[in-house]
Design a protein around this ligand. Sequence first.
Ligand code: PLP
Length: 292
Amino acid sequence: MQIFLNDRLVDESEAMVSVFDHGFLYGDGVYETMRAYEGVVFSLDEHLGRLGRSASLIRMQIPGRKFIAGAVYETIRANGLSNAYVRVTLSRGKGPIGLDPALCKKPTLVIIAELFKPYPVKLYQDGVFLVISPVIRNHVRAINPMIKSLNFLNNILAKADAIDRGAYEAIMLNTEDNIAEGTVCNIFFVKDGSVCTPSVDAGILDGITREIVISLARKSGLPVHEGLFSPADILSATEVFFTNTTAEVMPVSRVDDTAYAVGSVSQKLRKLYQAEVRHYVHLFRDSQKEID
Ligand code: PLP
């Protein structure tokens, strides 16, 4: 496998990062997960925009968007991939031990592109089991969940607890006991015909899939309610689903002891999302033809 490291592609066996990298020492850095469909990285601009916002929230200077976008495509092509999982990581870089970000002169950039392994069809047919986590999502004034940071222990602890309880994913609450988000996804539910999802004020990552699904729902005439919701709201919902870049729209069959049918709203939004991806891929291809 070819890995993009800082400024060039190297073989996986040579893709090494220093033990003095502050990403390793302190979880100091940011990242993005993207998905390429037929060689086209979906919503690349939005992902790079969020990467830039995450970096600026941790006061980190990173290479320009054009450079990273070029490196992402170079990595996908070097590995002969078409449908790919792409992870862009930017750590604070190598520096002496100590918390001062100024100790690190240059961020470390790593881009990994692997074959995308589709989720089992059964998960989309039957839905997945979620539990409400005893682990509270980071407070916005501690580590703001808007930062897609390498400091992922908050989510890892919630995920480990969910796995212990036989669940697929955890729903994390915020410090006010409102629903925040999953460990790697945004939460949606359907109540009284409205598509409901925690607003950014709940202390969540502003998911790119979430934003697209909200806009698709609105365009298709479904009312959308972004707000603050309690666990009781979700437990009295008729449908629950989650969204993220890799799973797209995933139905939920159970939250704690409450069961849900895989409903028509999540199915409809999943189809609309997939059509949006196809549309994006075609537009991208057409724009490339014009350049050629
Ligand atoms: N929330 C968290 C904590 C995440 O880690 C992710 C993605 O990994 C999401 C939400 C969903 O974001 P996106 O739709 O941009 O993949």
